[in-house]
Design a protein around this ligand. Structure first.
Ligand code: CA2
Length: 147
């Protein structure tokens, strides 16, 4: 069974509690539940993590090597700032899918740049919690083809 790490970055623990006009009323716990339902339907093992700390996220990415088969990452605001997360994702040599709840390209200019994108096989943005489920479907197909 393929194993996927879903890694969430800063402030995503606040989802559903503030700024519902931007991020909706779905909480991170709701997203985790939906991801677990989809993963079990697709026959994927799932680890779901969140950290507000860049270094902790980097440690989790390093620890994924040899344990998980792919990473789905919503790096939150670190998406737009972190060369270190980019380098960590490249270093583990696993398929990475970048996800965002909002369409970062339709928001403020400072959100248009992603340091994660060059380390990823693809980016899904703008579909709310569905972005994560689409990433799981895409990876399931990719991992099935490469098995
Ligand atoms: O759209 C996304 O998924 C983002 O990664 C969410 C980040 C944002 O910085 C990125 O540009 C796009 C923000 C995470 C959630 O932040 C909250 C802030 C206040 C209340 C609730 C959530």
């Amino acid at each position: 069974m393929s194993s996927i790490l879903i890694l969430n970055g800063p402030n995503l623990n606040l989802l559903g509690t503030r700024q519902p006009e931007v991020y909706g009323s779905t909480t991170l716990a709701d997203i985790e539940r939906l991801c677990r339902e989809t993963a079990s339907m697709l026959g994927l093992d799932l680890t779901f993590e969140q950290s507000n700390h860049e270094g902790v996220m980097i440690d989790m990415i390093h620890a994924a090597k040899g344990v998980h088969d792919a990473i789905i990452v919503n790096a939150g605001a670190y998406t737009h700032t972190s060369v270190a997360l980019h380098d960590a994702l490249v270093s583990v040599d696993l398929p990475v899918v970048e996800v965002h709840l909002s369409n970062i390209h339709a928001r403020e200019p400072f959100r248009h740049k992603s340091f994660i994108a060059p380390a990823a096989i693809g980016q899904i943005a703008g579909f709310g919690a569905q972005s994560y489920l689409m990433a799981l479907h895409g990876l399931a197909e990719r991992l099935r083809k490469s098995a």
